[in-house]
Design a protein around this ligand. Structure first.
Ligand SMILES: NC(=O)c1ccc[n+]([C@@H]2O[C@H](COP(=O)([O-])OP(=O)(O)OC[C@H]3O[C@@H](n4cnc5c(N)ncnc54)[C@H](OP(=O)(O)O)[C@@H]3O)[C@@H](O)[C@H]2O)c1
Length: 282
């Protein structure tokens, strides 16, 4: 039987792939920030209903909720897939950027979920969290904190709610999507503001490029989301990829021990780059 899905972040990457998958047999409300994405989404299938949503704008989320409510009185699955990465050294990141990170990755998702709560009775909320939720990945700590906050708030919703709604957190490892290149483009100013951390920033840029090219395919996430969506008794959390599973296991170790390993890696990185710089001067 056909179901009704609401998927945010439908313009690209994981969200776009999920729309393609679920629209084969279901009605999918596909949330994007830009009107010019509508025609591409509509070309997937007549089952796709695009809508505008900017998670950073209360007004925009409210209109999106109003639009969905005017078209349906039931949502079987809400997939909160939109997201962005704020990157840089935390001592230099302006609070306004942290707010942007949390508005997009946490508060926007909470706002649309609150707005659709009545329609979700007997349904599911699937959040595309991240292995970043397990803890410290230095220089993208705003991203890690936002994903952890997302998981905590939605788990509380599950504990508190008297509604029959299942809440599932999907935690992918590195996936090849535009997210990584965007994480450099959108944070250029912040990265350039990180004097004293040049080696770490240049490593981060190279790594982002590598992630975008050689990460796991989006289909790996679609497969797990589909499994979580159809499972009679879904798990609370699904990891996607060996890297995410490793992050989950490492997160069980004492924080002091984890910090020691990461700090020594960061130290090696900046020493390595200093040696390269010295070689260039010779
Ligand atoms: N790629 C990975 O390695 C990875 C790993 C773990 C988790 N994830 C998570 O997976 C989700 C999807 O990311 P992706 O990798 O597929 O990257 P992506 O291709 O960049 O997709 C992110 C989507 O979110 C949208 N978005 C960003 N800010 C928004 C806002 N303020 N309001 C509404 N929509 C907004 C983007 O729209 P625009 O096109 O307009 O920017 C884009 O469609 C994210 O939550 C991300 O954190 C990704």
């Amino acid at each position: 039987m056909s179901k009704t899905y609401v998927i945010t972040g439908a313009a690209s990457g994981i969200g776009r792939a999920l729309v393609g998958h679920f629209a084969k047999e279901n009605i999918v409300f596909a949330g994007v920030r830009r009107q010019e994405c509508f025609s591409e989404l509509e070309s997937i299938s007549s089952n796709v209903i695009p809508f505008l949503i900017d998670l950073c704008s209360e007004e925009s989320v409210n209109s999106a909720v109003e639009f969905i409510r005017s078209k349906t009185d039931k949502v079987d699955t809400l997939i909160n897939a939109a997201g962005c990465v704020v990157a840089g050294a935390i001592e230099r990141i302006p609070i306004s950027e942290l707010k942007r990170q949390f508005d997009t990755n946490v508060f926007g998702h909470l706002r649309i979920t609150q707005g659709l709560m009545e329609l979700l009775e007997d349904g599911r909320i699937i959040n595309i969290s991240s292995m970043a939720s397990y803890g410290i990945f230095p220089f993208i700590s705003p991203y890690c904190a936002s994903k952890r906050a997302l998981d905590i708030l939605f788990n509380s919703m599950l504990l508190e709610s008297k509604r029959n709604i299942k809440v599932i957190s999907i935690k992918p490892g590195v996936i090849a999507t535009p997210l990584w290149n965007k994480s450099i483009e959108q944070n250029t100013k912040l990265i350039n503001n990180c004097s004293g951390y040049e080696a770490e920033m240049s490593y981060m840029i190279k790594n982002a490029d590598k992630n975008g090219k050689y990460g796991a395919p989006v289909e790996s996430v679609v497969k797990v989301v589909s499994k979580a969506d159809s499972a009679k008794t879904p798990k609370l959390t699904y990891t996607v990829g060996k890297d995410a599973l490793a992050a989950r296991i490492v997160s069980k170790l004492p924080q002091g021990f984890i910090n020691m390993i990461i700090k020594s890696k960061v130290k090696k990185l900046s020493q390595g780059s200093r040696i390269e710089e010295d070689k260039k001067c010779l």
